[in-house]
Write a protein that binds this ligand. Structure first.
Ligand SMILES: NC(=O)c1ccc[n+]([C@@H]2O[C@H](COP(=O)([O-])OP(=O)(O)OC[C@H]3O[C@@H](n4cnc5c(N)ncnc54)[C@H](O)[C@@H]3O)[C@@H](O)[C@H]2O)c1
Length: 425
């Protein structure tokens, strides 16, 4: 089968490699010439996992995989299936930005072959596949949906760094804009994923779109509940971690972890895809508000312990959105910094994954561990492994350690005469 994958990012390239590994001929399309050139040289532009790096070379050499930009889109017209995995994000005002995927859709439409099946895998607001992309594809191509071309949505549920294993592990959810589109998409995934992978057909493209938003928003709501419980525990002198561990020993309880905030491309973003377009939803926006309020709660917790932060030096440990990832997208470090600054603190940041220049570009004053610059408070924002064994003595002047991820042992801090406080413990 001839397949085109549009968007050769951290997810798109492994997908292209997966399909080519099953014997299909895959053309990848990206707007970034450096990505396209690297692939055509037989090199993976992303060093996310060894399988990806290993396979690109052989597949390109065998002629199963090649890449192009939209400057040379001829091969797209021959594709029987086109998989689209170009990001949709929210901007600083949390408005949904369709520009990159709209541009990709117009280019696909201008190069769409008769009888082709277009499958969107990018996480989308419900109705986008049918109501936004369907008409764009039809108008620009001059073809009719479900007669001349077919259209489906299938959410991508994998994690970067373990895409191939996740593709085998998680059922592939598939919903088309018609029964025929669904049938074709199910057939495609059966031949493009590894044998034995479960392909689950759902009623419509909208069902498939909502499935992805439901599973990601579930995590945001669950974390908000954990954060509410943590605040309750703090008011009542109870350790929330002991409560969650004990509660989750009952198999119907799956309470997530409280913390200083929720970051990353997905969890803080996709709830907006639900409630920006439907004001009747009450719980997801409240969960967002609770999770975004955890930075202010953390600052209040510090002030309860040491008094006003005006003029005090505070170190943010970890700017990444979570432990041991080199990724700062929608990190709660930004809100924490802003709340600390609003309280009058002098804010410094350290992150083993980012150099000083990167931290400065993100609006943080870099801090070197081991310097004499005194720090009164340190807040663990991302639980990088390097911080779990941190020697309290390496932070000169440290009076209070705030464990924003409830991840470190408090004993070394207590032994060093440094105060320790977690989120709800
Ligand atoms: N990153 C994840 O962990 C993850 C996990 C599951 C699902 N997803 C889904 O995958 C989507 C893509 O994520 P990613 O991590 O691969 O993103 P990415 O930023 O790594 O890659 C996106 C690629 O699309 C390319 N692109 C932009 N506009 C284009 C256009 N008009 N035509 C062709 N290519 C274009 C970019 O140059 C880039 O290479 C996300 O938006 C999300 O919906 C991501």
């Amino acid at each position: 089968m001839k397949i085109a994958v549009v968007g050769l990012g951290h997810i798109g390239l492994p997908l292209a490699v997966q399909y080519a590994s099953r014997g299909h001929n895959v053309l990848g399309v990206d707007v970034a010439p450096a990505i396209v050139e690297a692939i055509n040289r037989g090199e993976s532009p992303h060093a996310d996992e060894q399988t990806l790096i290993d396979r690109v070379h052989g597949l390109v050499a065998d002629g199963r995989l090649r890449a192009t930009t939209w400057e040379d889109p001829a091969g797209v017209r021959e594709a029987e299936v086109i998989v689209v995995i170009v990001p949709v994000v929210v901007d600083a005002e949390r408005q949904i930005d369709f520009n990159p995927i709209d541009a990709a859709t117009r280019d696909i439409a201008a190069n769409l072959g008769r009888d082709a099946l277009v499958i969107y895998e990018t996480t989308l607001p419900v109705g986008t596949t049918r109501d936004r992309f369907g008409p764009m594809l039809a108008t620009v191509s001059g073809m009719e949906l479900d007669r001349d071309f077919f259209l489906a949505f299938s959410p991508e549920r994998v994690l970067v760094g373990r895409v191939f294993a996740d593709l085998r592990r998680y059922p592939k959810i598939v919903g088309g804009t018609s029964d025929e589109s669904t049938r074709r998409a199910v057939e495609f995934y059966r031949s493009a994923l590894d044998p034995g992978t479960e392909v689950t057909q759902v009623a419509s493209a909208e069902t498939a779109e909502m499935t992805k938003l439901a599973e990601t928003t579930y995590r945001d709501v669950n974390i908000a509940y954990a954060n509410e419980l943590a605040r309750y525990a703090a008011r009542h002198g109870i350790d929330i971690m002991e409560v969650i561990d004990a509660a989750n020993s009952q198999p119907y309880s799956h309470i997530h972890q409280p913390g200083v905030g929720v970051g990353g491309h997905c969890i803080p973003v996709y709830p907006h895809f639900l409630f920006n377009t439907d004001p009747e939803l009450r719980l997801p926006p409240l969960a967002r508000e609770i999770n975004e309020g955890m930075a202010a709660f953390t600052v209040d917790t510090i002030e309860d312990r040491i008094g006003s932060l005006d003029g005090q030096s505070v170190l943010v440990l970890g700017v990444a959105y979570r432990g041991d990832v080199k990724e700062d997208a929608f990190s709660s470090a930004f809100r924490l910094r802003d709340e600390l600054l609003a309280a009058g603190a002098r804010v410094f940041a350290h992150d083993p994954y980012f150099d000083g220049e990167h931290l400065r570009n993100l609006g943080f004053e870099p801090y070197d561990l081991g310097t004499d610059e005194p720090i009164r408070v340190a807040v663990l924002q991302a639980a990088h492994a390097a911080y779990l064994e941190l020697d309290p003595a390496s932070l000169s002047g440290l009076e209070l350690f705030v464990d924003g991820r409830n991840a470190v042992e408090k004993a070394p801090y207590e032994r060093a005469g440094v105060g320790y406080v977690g989120i709800g413990r």
